[in-house]
Design a protein around this ligand. Structure first.
Ligand SMILES: C[S@@+](CC[C@H](N)C(=O)[O-])C[C@H]1O[C@@H](n2cnc3c(N)ncnc32)[C@H](O)[C@@H]1O
Length: 438
């Protein structure tokens, strides 16, 4: 393998230097492993088995002693069998971030994500479950992974140009058609708009019930300066400044339907991002939680009450469910969304602190932490407090693997682990793991 100063005489010195690399297996974070003169290089924008010209992101002089370098493929010399024409031109080299596998065939994306997940579980030392059986499944009815994102954040530059940030870059770039976004979001054509002065970002939501929502975000943005374009039709519009949310049309909320139940969510609050996610995860939690009738359950990192609703149906009116959520507004909304279920209580608290302060245990727990996972302290507390089952919903396999290994050490075993492709065309995945006492 040779450096390619000859092939690319204009290659800059330092970060930006070009290398010819032969690409091997996947690594975490959506990259793939290559080697240059014995050193590992994590390469983005490629696929297994390819030969590419890659631009180094690390200065090889400054990082001469580093164990690995990072690089981005800028030219494909020999394509791998998994490569397809990208589904989103604007996400290719020097384009927007957030679709780093758009050039890989969808079944191959899932195969690669499964390999990464299996490897993370193996390396963390998870032994109670047949890891080789874990395969990333598509969301129901998802044929091409397109049109499924119901939450899109646009970036805005100082001239009011609307786009998205580049990968590892602050530059705002054109989004084009953004085929990953739900059709309702694409139809608003937010990327063609010029935002008023002071706009830093635009959050657009395509909820499953009611109109779309557009929130202009800017610390010092003047709501009076916003002229709503005709293209936004009947979308709700709000402005979020340093002083809070100011609705211009609508009430600053969106509505999400799961089965018969409607959840009110703040227009900038958390809700599962794939259009089938809430329904799918609810079904999986419903079939795995097995909260006993008249028993007790905790919904940790509960958001606006999605899984608490399922737990409440299972324990029935004589049981008890507590939904614990750190965000005050989300916690209030959980109480309102579930006010017809008197067996549900809500607590606004840090989950670990709240569990630590409990006396007595609980029958079952569902937890759905953010990417940093539950962590050692919470796993140790749950390992003691939970009598029957823990259902762990995760959006980050590396912290999941770490937490599962900790749960095993604390006397629990994995009895089921399903992974879902709820972030198509990226390396991210969602999973639901069921734990029982070993
Ligand atoms: C991945 S979301 C899950 C929300 C909910 N289960 C759902 O599916 O809609 C994680 C939630 O945890 C909350 N959160 C993050 N860190 C927390 C902490 N340390 N204590 C309590 N809640 C936290 C966030 O505000 C967010 O609502």
């Amino acid at each position: 393998m040779s450096t390619d100063a000859e092939r690319h005489p204009s290659s800059p010195v330092g970060g930006g230097r070009l290398l010819t690399l032969t690409v091997g297996p996947p690594a975490a974070g959506g990259t793939f492993v290559a080697r240059h003169e014995g050193r590992v290089v994590f390469v983005r924008g490629t696929a297994p088995g390819e030969t590419v010209t890659a631009r180094l992101l690390d200065d090889p002089v400054e990082h001469a002693n580093a164990r690995f370098w990072r690089a981005e493929a800028i030219d494909v010399l020999e394509a791998g069998v998994d490569r397809v024409p990208t589904v989103w031109e604007e996400s290719a080299v020097d384009g927007v971030g957030g679709a780093e596998w758009a050039h890989i065939a969808l079944p191959a994306q899932r195969r690669i994500a499964s390999e990464v997940l299996q490897e993370l579980l193996r390396r963390a030392g998870v032994t109670s479950y047949p890891i080789e059986q874990v395969q990333v499944e598509p969301a129901p009815h998802d044929v091409d992974g397109l049109g499924s994102r119901t939450r899109v954040r646009f970036a805005v530059d100082e001239d009011g140009r609307v786009g998205m940030r580049g990968w590892r870059s602050h530059e705002v770039r054109d989004v084009g058609e953004n085929p990953l976004a739900a059709p309702v979001i694409r139809e608003l054509r937010v990327g063609e708009w010029t935002a008023p002065e002071g706009t830093e970002a635009i959050d657009v939501v395509a909820p499953s019930a009611g109109p779309a929502s557009v929130v202009l975000v800017g610390r010092d943005l003047d709501p009076a300066s916003v002229v709503i374009p005709d293209a936004w039709g009947d979308a709700d519009v709000a402005v979020r400044t340093g002083r809070g949310l100011v609705p211009l049309r609508g009430d600053g909320m969106v509505r999400e339907r799961v089965g018969e139940r409607l959840f009110a969510v703040s227009a900038t609050g958390f809700w599962q991002g794939h259009r089938r996610a809430a329904e799918l995860l609810t079904e999986v939690v419903e079939s795995t939680l097995r909260a006993p009738r008249g028993g007790s359950a905790w919904d940790l990192y509960g958001g606006v009450g999605l899984f608490a609703a399922t737990a409440a149906e299972q324990v029935g009116p004589d049981g008890s469910v507590t939904s614990v959520e750190g965000n005050r507004r989300a916690s209030q909304l959980a109480a309102e969304n579930l006010e017809d279920l008197p067996q549900v209580a809500t607590a606004t608290a840090d989950v670990t602190d709240w569990v630590r302060a409990r006396r007595g245990g609980v029958d079952v727990v569902v937890l759905d932490p953010p990417r940093n996972g539950a962590g050692a302290d919470l796993i140790a507390l749950l390992a003691k407090a939970v009598r029957q089952r823990i259902v762990y919903v995760s959006c980050e396999p590396s912290t999941l693997a770490r937490d599962l290994a900790a749960a095993e050490r604390a006397g629990w075993k994995v009895v089921d682990l399903r992974a879902f492709d709820l972030f198509p065309h990226t390396h991210h995945l969602e999973s639901v793991t069921v734990l029982e006492r070993a």
